[in-house]
Unconditional design. Structure first.
Length: 145
């Protein structure tokens, strides 16, 4: 098998904007343009893709090549229900005694709010775990752990 064994695909109203949020959130980069092209715009133009279709898809990748590609595809319908799969972002918060370092969790969440995310709930159950439930700019749930 060549390449990664899977990619994650997320529906979006605005694939490029949502992909840019997730690239910053996860430390990814925009997928580089194909060989022989200086930019995606040049590739799409050469392939005859109408400009109004350029934001129908957008991909981000791990620059080191270790994590899966994430593809964002335009869909006409809005998000209507809770995600069945979500991303957990590891904050690096270490346990101090019986709980995680909430200053680190909240600092990570604050950075993601600056990018366009929103905090939904802080979950602090010493027996069940500690995390912050958030939403990305299009309302997809994710957690900061």
């Amino acid at each position: 098998m060549t390449g990664k064994p899977f990619q994650l695909t997320m529906d979006a109203a605005n694939p490029q904007a949502l992909g840019a949020f997730w690239a910053e959130a996860l430390g990814y980069i925009e997928e580089p343009a194909p060989d022989g092209f200086d930019s995606w715009e040049a590739a799409l133009t050469a392939w005859g893709v109408p400009e109004e279709k350029w934001d129908d898809g957008y991909a981000i990748v791990d620059d080191a090549g270790n994590r899966p590609r994430i593809f964002f595809q335009r869909v006409p319908e809005p998000k209507t229900a809770k995600n069945r799969l979500h991303i957990d972002i590891e904050s690096g918060a270490r346990r101090t005694g019986t709980t995680k370092d909430w200053a680190v969790l909240r600092s990570t969440a604050a950075r993601l709010v600056e990018l366009g995310g929103t905090v939904q709930l802080e979950f602090n159950d010493k027996e069940g775990g500690e995390w912050i439930v958030m939403q990305d700019p299009e309302g997809n749930e994710f957690c900061v752990c």
